[in-house]
Design a protein around this ligand. Structure first.
Ligand code: FAD
Length: 416
């Protein structure tokens, strides 16, 4: 079924009896050309682009729970391409360009909203760093704009410019950044992949890999063995656990990141704002809730919930930026499991096991990467060659010491 304004009006006038299921619920086939493990944003996008761009239709996505139940439905929905390093910026700009045409491409309303993102500057040294970053973005074809305090006061009058502990000295804006309705992204990709013949197998947990003579022949699952020509793993926070079943130890740790939503307010924040003197970022959803977050909890965990010290830290960051936030009531909060890589950048690569491919290490920035990650992983699975924007995302960079360390933190995953 093709969705359109005309279809909505027709269904409204005829009692909404004509809508069909957005995707099927098929039984697993004994063998697929390509099996993707993980029905999050990245797994579903990979399947969608395999079918739509690389003519691969005998594809299955295997999800242990329900699609959208992982980080793709738990994140704070920010998209942007404001990176500094050569390994990252072309990839994230490719992703932003894909977001810009995504809804027309997969015929689904994902509420892509380019309301802009603003990184606040609080010191002169930070201004220098952001000028450099902005120039790197522009050199890679992205947009970047340096704002002074007078411009900020006009556009963001509610920030504390008078007596802030960390005075605001300007900001780096990317007007094309913004937010996207996160779970609609999973649903849109699922529907698009399904309509091109991809089987989406929910409630089907991968419990092992069948590997013989260095070749991956398929996956053992809670619904039986499923054979595959190639297996691509995209399980985000569960990466270490799943790849351990294939005997691999990854340069990845799992950490909890929390998100917070306030009660609904009238429109107050025009775009996404990040605090430059601590870790706090905030936007406003279309329902009116302030959506915000901060640092990861800082210890290894597979639990999808966090703890009070980080809640306090996030509240402090928010109050330092918007004193008015203290009057707002918190509605809900939750946690997701982050696949934190050693240098803070992702991996899209083959493994030493023939037929087994890996996509992960997205840390807390993988939502914005969803379209490019899916496209590049599909490219690798279909052609056995990396996509031109993802050539740096290889396992061997950790052996060669060629880190893509945006933050300059060194090999300490809990600080990226
Ligand atoms: C609180 C929070 C805020 C965030 N904010 C942002 C943001 O603003 N911007 C941004 O770019 N990124 C953000 N992120 C990060 C982003 O959400 C993730 O990097 C990204 O969603 C990970 O990729 P995914 O969607 O494929 O993961 P997931 O949706 O987690 O998909 C992985 C899937 O694999 C499945 N799986 C695991 N093990 C198995 C198995 N054995 N068998 C079968 N299936 C399995 C899981 O059930 C899960 O559905 C945030 C994350 C969190 C938690």
């Amino acid at each position: 079924m093709r969705y359109s304004g005309f279809r909505v009006i027709k269904e409204a006038l005829t009692g909404h009896k004509g809508w069909t299921s957005a995707w099927r619920d098929p039984d697993p086939q004994p063998h697929y050309d390509i099996v993707i493990v993980g029905g999050g944003g990245h797994g579903l996008a990979t399947a969608y682009y395999l079918a739509s761009q690389f003519r691969q239709h005998k594809v299955a996505v295997i999800e242990k729970g329900w699609i959208g139940g992982g980080n793709v439905g738990r994140n704070t929905t920010i998209i942007r391409s404001n990176y500094l390093l050569d390994g990252n910026e072309p990839f994230y700009e490719f992703s932003l360009k894909l977001w810009e045409g995504l809804e027309q491409d997969f015929n689904y309303n994902a509420m892509v909203s380019q309301r802009g993102i603003l990184n606040l500057i609080h010191t002169d040294a930070q201004r220098d760093a952001y000028i450099r970053r902005g120039n790197a973005m522009i050199l890679n074809g992205a947009d970047a704009e340096l704002l002074d305090v007078a411009q900020l006061k006009r556009e963001y009058p509610f920030l504390n410019y008078d007596d802030a502990r960390f005075p605001i000295k300007g900001g780096l804006a990317q007007r094309r950044g913004g937010t996207v309705r996160h779970d609609a992204v999973a649903w849109g990709y699922a529907r698009g992949a399904d309509s091109r013949g991809v089987d989406i197998l929910q409630n089907c947990e991968v419990t092992g890999f069948r590997i013989e003579n260095g070749q991956c022949l398929g996956v053992e699952t809670s619904r039986g063995f499923i054979g595959a020509g190639k297996v691509g793993v995209a399980v985000a926070g569960n990466s270490s656990r799943v790849m351990a079943m294939a005997g691999m130890r990854l340069p990845i740790e799992s950490h909890v990141l929390q998100a917070f939503v306030s009660e609904g307010l009238k429109p107050v924040i025009p775009g996404v704002i990040t605090f430059g003197a601590g870790h706090f970022y905030c936007s406003q959803s279309d329902k009116g809730g302030l959506v915000f977050g901060g640092d990861i909890d800082g210890y290894n965990s597979y639990a999808q919930r966090g703890n009070l010290p980080v809640i306090e830290d996030v509240a402090e960051g928010g109050m330092a930026l918007f004193p008015g936030l203290g009057r707002v009531r918190l509605l809900r909060l939750w946690g997701g499991i982050m696949d934190m890589s050693m240098d803070g950048s992702p991996i899209i690569d083959r493994t030493d096991i023939d037929g087994l491919y890996f996509n992960g290490g997205w840390c807390y920035g993988g939502f914005k990467a969803t379209p490019a990650s899916g496209w590049c992983f599909a490219h690798l699975l279909a052609t056995d060659q990396p996509h031109e924007t993802a050539t740096a995302y290889r396992f061997d960079r950790f052996q060669r010491g060629y880190m893509i360390d945006e933050k300059g933190m060194g090999a300490q995953p809990n600080l990226h």
